[in-house]
Ligand binder design. Structure first.
Ligand code: PEP
Ligand code: MG
Length: 870
């Protein structure tokens, strides 16, 4: 088996095997761009490494050694050579890009002899020793997992001793001394001397990259981005180009369009006399790419050409890393650049207008999950105008955030778990901070540019970020900072604007975002291509209106019990639950009826004749019975009973397993008067609206929850039909209605052919269906799912991403059994999965008629449905 490929042997279509970076390095080589040559070890080798118990087997080792020789021939350099030594970078590269999640090692191949050689050859001992100390530092950290901090402490000590502030002010001798100190540190921590043999160094580095596929931050990133663990990462071994050899050298990162706004034009950052890591890590704040033109006119001109070639070639915005060594340009990487949702929409539309992409392709280019950010709040314009910023950084990831200042990722997680909104303020962020960044409303950093870790990751997460606010005087240790003449402590409130980079003292109110412009254009295209309809889960007219604005074509689920969350309504609801005679219950139901009728009317009006599915009561009782003494007393008074009597009733309602208890249609089987009342409310409201809007095709869909047997449905349906027909007859109306059921218990799926004979429609309640198929409580699974991720039993939460293998099979079976029995049966899904892109794709594939999801996920579902159809 072939485990290793030279860059000249691959191409862009081989990303599964070579990873994104490897495939693109090969492609750039093929189209004649200046790429330092090397080879790629395949993703299959990574999978094999894990299969072999985290070892690189002899066959793969053999091929790596063989390819080192090939590389030596191509470059004319040799590992450890006294004349022309080969130095390489070792970088990870998975199929899908995972910026900053895995490890990189630069300057590999150095030892004291080689340092002497390159120092003499370049006549630049400072550079040579700087490379060596960097290499020792990276290798120790990445390969041997000796913390970076030990080395940073040594650097700080050295700077103190020499009385200098910046790394670049250290002399060759200082760096040489540092390298020796680093080696001693390594020996002390690892227990062995630092390896001198480049081949040994290389095997260690390759192993470390494979191992980094499984590091905690990569695992979190994969879960968030739907990247399977089984893919593995490739490893790229590339001949070094040096950006830190002197003032005619440098390194940069650039995008062919602005990754924040999508505006055309080169956008990026450049650092002279530096290595790639310096830009990405945000240790020094770099210059804008346009300033590079003055320093390196030739290399810049060439770079601009390369950008054009690459953008045309890939027909997408490119994100490139490059190095200038002694004035000469080298391309180290290109990929389709990560971008904000706003930029993604603009770029997709522009590419269509420029004739580079079709509308279908443009729709397929947008990650549906990304749209979320566009729907996030922005600052209230008036309040913003009235506010004076106390400082400014780079607007690194758009959105508005307001919250209490915290200084560590752990604090961000802890405070957020307590329900606080927080802004994570850091000198700079590192990949270990990812969970903290996720928990925060926004991120503010003192150092780093638009391509720093914080900026890249925040954009990926759609989280507001202001980066590189150098005016902040930071005191991380004592959890305080100074800005604009004021000292801020943990817990103080600030607001940050991720578009302008402005930082404000105190609270600035936020408002909801608008859909317009490019968003509207892409959505219109998406609607043209999709087959699946998209409805919404909405229980209030307000949510329904919002969902309509966002493109919902109906209500797929109105949870009627949710209409009783408000304080004045819940009282009536409790009176109904805690009744012990039919008369008492009917009395309470009579109080509920007008609420329901009014709500339903408002929902029909908001939907303007589009379908409205009303799900009959499904209250897990424990969510509704009163627990507070005051509430119990109030209920007792309302019902004219003693507190003890009420407590007895509550005691009697106690269930060991409420989610599998007396809920759903089981309530109606015991208390038919509930269904009677709800039917009256549904039909009376419909008749009212129908009389006012004869042109609307109003046809309420009554949905019976938690059915497991056709006889159950038959029983409830009879009550519904009798009541509804009576209402319609009395009103002399011609209104039509449907009665259908949720499929959310495995037995319902298994007997769908029987149930279909009694149902006008099916709607999958995949929350309960997942709960009951797995036997995992949907309320408690969060407590143990982490252990499942840690042990690689699960890669995702089956409650957010539909389990296509198991639960999905039940869905397919239901459709297959149900449709032949009732060809007019319409089928949808209204569990949480209805707004998850990969689940939507599955729903399309198995032939559902519609998905239904929360209002803010409607655009996501529309786009995902279009992508599934393209
Ligand atoms: C479901 O079970 O998937 C569903 C939509 O109903 P609920 O979440 O209200 O139980
Ligand atoms: Mg349910």
């Amino acid at each position: 088996k072939k485990w290793v490929y030279l860059f000249t042997e691959g191409n862009a279509d081989m990303r599964e095997l070579l990873g994104g970076k490897g495939a693109n390095l090969a492609e750039m080589t093929n189209i004649g761009l200046p790429v330092p040559q090397g080879f790629t070890i395949t993703t299959e080798a990574c999978t094999q490494y894990y299969e072999d118990g985290r070892e690189i087997n002899d066959e793969i080792r053999g091929q790596i050694n063989e390819y080192i020789e090939k590389m030596e021939k191509i470059t004319g350099k040799k590992f450890g050579d006294k004349e022309n030594p080969l130095l390489v970078s070792v970088r990870s590269g998975a199929r899908a890009s995972m910026p900053g999640m895995m490890d990189t090692i630069l300057n590999l191949g150095l030892n004291e002899d080689v340092v002497d050689v390159i120092s003499k050859k370049s006549n630049n001992p400072r550079w040579a020793w700087d490379c060596y100390r960097r290499f020792i530092q990276m290798y120790s950290d990445v390969v041997m997992e000796v913390g970076k901090k030990y080395f940073e402490e040594l650097i700080d000590k050295m700077k103190d001793n020499r009385g200098v502030k910046q790394d670049v002010e250290l002399t060759a001798d200082d760096l040489k001394e540092l390298a020796y100190q680093f080696k001693d540190e390594y020996k002390e921590k690892v227990g062995e001397p630092f390896p001198d043999d480049p081949k040994e160094q290389l095997m260690g580095a390759i192993k470390a990259v494979f191992r980094s596929w499984d590091n905690p931050r990569a695992n979190v990133y994969r879960r968030d981005n739907d990247i399977p663990y089984s893919w593995g990462t490739a490893v790229n071994v590339q001949s070094m180009a040096f950006g830190n050899m002197g003032d005619d050298c440098g390194t940069g990162v650039a995008f062919t369009r602005d990754p924040a706004t999508g505006e055309r034009g080169l956008f990026g950052e450049f650092l002279t006399n530096a290595q790639g890591e310096d830009v990405v890590a945000g240790v020094r704040t770099p210059m804008r790419i346009s300033e590079m033109e003055q320093k390196f006119p030739e290399a810049f001109a060439q770079f601009k050409d390369v950008c054009q070639i690459l953008e045309k070639h890939y027909r997408d915005m490119q994100d490139m890393e490059f190095t200038v060594e002694n004035g000469k340009l080298y391309m180290l990487q290109t990929r389709n650049g990560k971008r904000t949702a706003q930029a993604a929409l603009k770029i997709a539309c522009d590419l269509v207008d420029e004739g580079m992409r079709t509308e279908e392709e443009a729709v397929s280019m947008i990650d549906p999950r990304n749209l979320d950010t566009l729907l996030h709040p922005q600052f209230d314009v008036k309040a913003l105008k009235a506010a004076t910023p106390m400082g400014k950084g780079l607007g690194a990831s758009p959105g508005a955030a307001c919250g209490k200042v915290v200084f560590t990722a752990d604090d961000a997680v802890e405070w957020a778990n307590r329900g606080e909104d927080v802004i994570l303020v850091r000198l700079e962020t590192s990949p270990e901070d990812i969970t903290g960044m996720k928990s925060a409303q926004g991120i503010l950093t003192v150092r780093g540019g638009m391509t720093s870790h914080a900026a890249v990751v925040a954009r990926g997460m759609g989280e507001c970020c202001v980066a590189g606010c150098g005016d902040i005087t930071m005191d991380e240790e004592n959890k305080r900072f100074k800005l604009g003449g004021k000292e801020y402590h943990e817990g103080d409130i600030i607001s940050i604007d991720g578009s302008t980079g402005n930082i404000y003292d105190g609270v600035i109110p936020t408002v909801d975002a608008q859909i317009a412009g490019e968003f509207g254009r892409i959505m219109a295209w998406a609607d043209k291509f999709r087959r699946l309809k998209v409805r919404t889960n909405a229980d209030t007219p307000r949510d329904a209106k919002k969902a309509r604005e966002l493109g919902a074509e109906g209500i797929g689920l109105c949870r009627t019990e949710h209409m009783f969350f408000e304080a004045d309504r819940i009282a009536a609801f409790r009176e109904m639950i805690c009744s012990d005679t039919v008369e008492e219950r009917v009395e309470a139901l009579d109080k509920i009826l007008p609420y329901q009728q009014g709500d339903f009317k408002a929902l029909y009006e908001a939907l303007e004749g589009n379908p409205v599915t009303i799900r009959f009561l499904d209250p897990p009782l424990h969510e509704f019975v009163p627990t507070e003494e005051a509430d119990i007393k109030k209920l007792a008074e309302a019902k004219g009973k003693s507190v003890d009597e009420i407590k007895d009733i509550i005691e009697g309602l106690h269930e060991f397993n409420p989610m599998m208890g007396h809920r759903g249609c089981r309530l109606t089987v015991a208390y038919p008067e509930i269904a009677r009342m709800q039917t009256k409310a549904v039909i009376r409201a419909a008749i009212e609206v129908h009389n006012e809007h004869k042109d609307w095709d109003l046809r309420p869909e009554i949905m019976i929850p938690l059915v497991c047997d056709v006889k159950e449905l038959k029983f409830v349906k009879k009550i519904v039909v009798e009541t509804a027909d009576e209402e319609i007859r009395k009103a002399n109306s011609d209104i039509k209605y449907e009665v259908g059921t949720m499929i959310e218990i495995p037995r319902a799926a298994l007997t769908a052919n029987e149930i279909a004979s009694e149902a006008d429609f099916f709607c999958f309640g995949t929350n309960d269906l997942t709960q009951m198929t797995y036997g995992f409580s949907r309320d408690d699974a969060g407590k143990f799912l982490d252990a499942y991720y840690d042990n690689k039993i699960f890669e995702n939460d089956p409650f957010s991403k539909l389990d296509q293998t198991g639960v999905g099979k039940l869905l397919e079976m239901t459709i297959k059994l149900g449709r032949p029995v009732n060809p007019s049966l319409h089928i949808g899904i209204c569990g949480e999965h209805g707004g998850d892109p990969s689940s939507v794709e599955f729903c399309h594939k198995i032939g559902l008629d519609y998905v239904s999801c929360s209002p803010f996920r409607v655009p996501i579902a529309r786009l995902a449905a279009a992508q599934a159809a393209i």
